[in-house]
Design a binder for this molecule. Structure first.
Ligand code: NAG
Ligand code: NAG
Ligand code: NAG
Ligand code: NAG
Ligand code: NAG
Length: 489
């Protein structure tokens, strides 16, 4: 068998500080006694270095990329110019080839309460060659800025590399990974477990991920980006600062976006969908909040916890047609992203995902989803392979059971919420819960080949080489043997 590149996913979470204790074992799996300490959350001030506007008149800022088609031969490049529309053109070229190509994008602006956006550009560059490094440049003259990205291997080659990161890296914002939350212990990051009394910001979480020697190739972001809606009038300036903050990652590798409750704003004109374009039409979706992509050896389905998902709704009809399209020969790994978790044993957002679970879980089992990543709960949890699909309103069969066709559900939501809610768990630990810990970090899903993937979760309080939870995943289609004992404690 040829070897594959590894596909790594990164999940990052924010952290607050933690207190180290001993783990205790409950009925289900284990509950780590590592608990983040709740620290006062302070926003990084608007003049922080990470929010700095690039120098020069109308210089492109908030640069981010995502996959631009179904298979990974296109990339959507997005950026903002503040002073005037400026150029919509993206120049791009292969790393070892001077021949430049160009693509034309579109520009838009929007108003939200008393905020008027800058000029938001979206440009799809197409017909890229697989497994190639590209440079790209935006802007004009002195303020032109250059970045790069790498395309992955072809889908039907066995050497695909997928990197999936799932992540909650995301939650980069306020209180999630974000700029408001801090709470990573600097001492701990340096490998010492000492005085955890000082809090730092989520900037450290991002740095933590960047320093992880296993390089993620794609970030799977499970929702809640800027948290602008926590500010008066949903102060959209916080979308701009967030965009500048994460640019050092988002300009260089695709982030796969999932909408969280903080993206919805509960208005028709959603800032999120104007700023973050996704290739939803390529998968036949009618809305940017649910869609799918194939990325190297993974088929990634993104669902919307906050859009209608009942029978006959657009999301339901789309998903019903989507699952049968997955060909596990081409994309052996089937991964689903959503914001609100289905299997959650924290007393925080408990049961919020239940109605969606009732609707869709039978499909997840039938089509043998490998893993589901969710956020929302500001803590970490990994489930056993369980399902709960036998119940109907008269039979009373309503307890989750072990099921080797079911996915593992991972909650990797991040924190920063001052209430410290995520430390309150249901007791005893339910049987479906394999591991839970009230802290944050990022995770890597490193796909080795069609049968094996190595998953590791790195809590922020440790050096990046330390894994707090890790296990081998066996592919549900190609290698459906029980992998519940592969966790390394
Ligand atoms: C919008 O209104 C808020 C509250 O009155 C104010 O603080 C803010 O400066 C205003 N923003 C703009 C762009 O006018
Ligand atoms: C954020 O992290 C980067 C890289 O580690 C560092 O250069 C920068 O000074 C940090 N900014 C803040 C506000 O912490
Ligand atoms: C799945 O893909 C393989 C490889 O391209 C192809 O041979 C096979 O026919 C496909 N299966 C279906 C059901 O389309
Ligand atoms: C934990 O959550 C439960 C259920 O919501 C609640 O009854 C209990 O008071 C909470 N405990 C703490 C310490 O907040
Ligand atoms: C798949 O990867 C695992 C882990 O690296 C390895 O043990 C196994 O032999 C590989 N399988 C094949 C068919 O290469």
């Amino acid at each position: 068998m040829r070897s594959w590149g590894s596909f790594v996913v990164v999940v990052v979470v924010t952290v607050l500080c933690l207190i180290l204790n001993e783990a205790n074992v409950c009925n289900g799996g284990s509950t780590s006694s590592f608990v983040r300490k709740v620290e006062k959350t302070i926003d990084m001030p608007l003049d922080s270095d990470v929010f700095r506007v690039p120098s020069g008149y109308n210089a492109p800022q908030q640069v981010h990329i995502t996959q631009g088609d179904l298979v990974g031969k296109a990339v959507i490049v997005s950026w903002v110019t503040q002073d005037e529309p400026g150029s919509n053109t993206v120049l791009y070229w292969k790393a070892n080839d001077k021949q430049k190509s160009s693509a034309e994008g579109k520009v838009l602006t929007y108003k939200f309460y008393n905020y008027t956006s800058g000029y938001i550009h979206h440009c799809t560059i197409k017909d890229l060659v697989f497994n190639t490094k590209y440079y790209y440049a935006l802007g004009v003259g002195n303020t032109m800025r250059q970045f790069w990205f790498r395309t992955l291997l072809k889908l039907d080659q066995m050497f695909l590399i997928l990197l999936v990161s799932s992540v909650n890296y995301m939650n980069l914002n306020l209180c999630e990974f974000n700029y408001n939350s801090y709470c990573i212990s600097y001492e701990a990051l340096n490998g010492k477990h000492g005085d955890l009394g000082q809090s730092y910001d989520s900037n450290l979480t991002l740095t933590h991920y960047e320093n992880n020697p296993t390089k993620g190739q794609t970030v799977l972001f499970v929702g809640d980006l800027s948290y602008a809606d926590n500010y008066p009038f949903h102060d959209n300036v916080r979308w701009d600062t967030w965009g500048r903050f994460v640019e050092r990652s988002t300009a260089y590798q695709p982030w796969i976006w999932t909408a969280g409750n903080h993206e919805i704003d509960f208005v028709p004109e959603i800032p999120f969908t104007r700023r973050y374009h996704v290739p939803y039409k390529a998968s036949g979706s009618t809305a940017p909040l649910w869609y799918s992509i194939k990325r190297a050896s993974a088929y990634i389905i993104v669902l919307s916890s906050y859009s209608a998902y009942g029978k006959y709704t657009p999301q339901y009809k789309w998903l019903e047609q989507e699952f049968p399209k997955v060909n596990r020969t081409v994309t052996p790994w089937l991964i689903v992203l959503m914001h609100s978790p289905w299997y959650n044993s924290y007393n925080y957002h408990f049961m919020e995902g239940e109605t969606m679970r009732v609707m869709y879980e039978p499909w997840f089992v039938k089509y043998k989803v490998d893993v589901v990543y969710a956020g929302h709960v500001h803590a970490y949890e990994r489930s056993e392979r369980v399902s709960n699909i036998a119940y109907n309103v008269v039979n009373g069969i309503c307890t989750p059971i072990s099921d080797q066709s079911a996915p593992v559900y991972i909650t990797i939501g991040d924190g920063g919420n001052l209430e410290g809610l995520a430390t309150n768990m249901t007791e005893p630990q339910p049987k479906y819960s394999a591991y839970r810990e009230a802290s944050f970090g990022h995770a890597m899903f490193d796909i080795k080949n069609r049968t094996h993937a190595y998953y590791s979760w790195h809590r922020n309080q440790d050096g990046y080489a330390v894994t707090a939870d890790s296990l081998w995943f066996f592919n549900r289609y190609w290698n459906p043997v029980d992998d519940s004992t592969t966790a390394v404690s």
